[in-house]
Design a protein around this ligand. Structure first.
Ligand SMILES: C[S@@+](CC[C@H](N)C(=O)[O-])C[C@H]1O[C@@H](n2cnc3c(N)ncnc32)[C@H](O)[C@@H]1O
Length: 215
């Protein structure tokens, strides 16, 4: 499903802006990954990948199916002075043009809910992960308080509609978790942890067997 890049970016750089540095810190705290190669899958305008690159030494590739989103990500890279440690790649999550075992950390926020063939996408993510590699794939808004504030701001923007709040509840709720678990099983991925809380959201942390702590 194509997302309107300009409309999404307007929300991401205003309403969502505070969440990205918090999620970047959560990724480092949970995975311990600060060096190596990172893929921001379904990066949109690239705010999460840029926040993570800014607090680590990771080399980040911004990956998205949308050329328009990648053009916005290029701006984000430039604005944050990250050109020497970043790249962009266009493609579908079901077929990533990267060699097997070439990525230490796959991050992805708010994109998995659009992936049509979830087992195929997760198999592909697992294929590109290096031994000891990790993922942080799912959705969240940093903290429960920020989530509520964003829900309220979105309702105000949408003339009082609770549709965005309903989407959050659905995307971060028990049925989505069950869907993730089913897809991981279908993909033949056994070594993973689902991280879920009111604050953190809902994330898949795949651990690729091999080295203990990544790069
Ligand atoms: C809601 S946006 C989230 C963007 C960004 N991760 C963020 O949190 O600000 C979802 C992004 O996933 C991308 N996307 C959706 N399905 C995809 C797929 N099958 N392969 C690659 N990218 C995809 C969309 O183009 C869009 O940029």
């Amino acid at each position: 499903m194509q997302i309107n890049a300009r409309a999404f970016d307007e929300i991401a750089r205003t309403v969502f802006a505070p969440i990205y540095p918090i999620i970047a810190r959560q990724i480092v705290a949970h995975t311990g990954m600060t060096r190596g190669v990172c893929l921001d899958a379904g990066c949109g305008s690239g705010y999460l990948g840029a926040a993570l690159a800014s607090i680590t030494e990771l080399h980040v590739t911004f990956f998205d199916e949308s050329a328009e989103m990648l053009a916005l990500a290029e701006n984000t890279i430039k604005e944050n002075g990250l050109r020497s440690r970043t790249g962009t790649l266009q493609g579908d999550i079901g077929s990533i043009a990267l060699p097997a075992g070439s990525v230490d950390l796959v991050i992805s926020r708010g994109s998995i809910f659009f992936w049509e063939d979830l087992p195929r996408a997760l198999r592909e993510v697992s294929r590109i992960l290096a031994p000891g590699g990790r993922t942080w794939i799912g959705g969240g808004f940093g903290t429960a308080r920020l989530k509520e504030s964003i829900r309220d701001q979105m309702a105000a923007r949408n003339k009082g509609s609770g549709a965005f709040g309903s989407k959050i509840r659905c995307n971060l709720g028990p049925q989505m978790r069950a869907r993730f678990e089913e897809a991981l099983e279908q993909a033949g991925i056994a070594d993973y942890q689902i991280v879920q809380s009111d604050d953190i959201g809902l994330w898949i942390d795949i651990r690729k067997e091999g080295k203990e702590n990544g790069p």
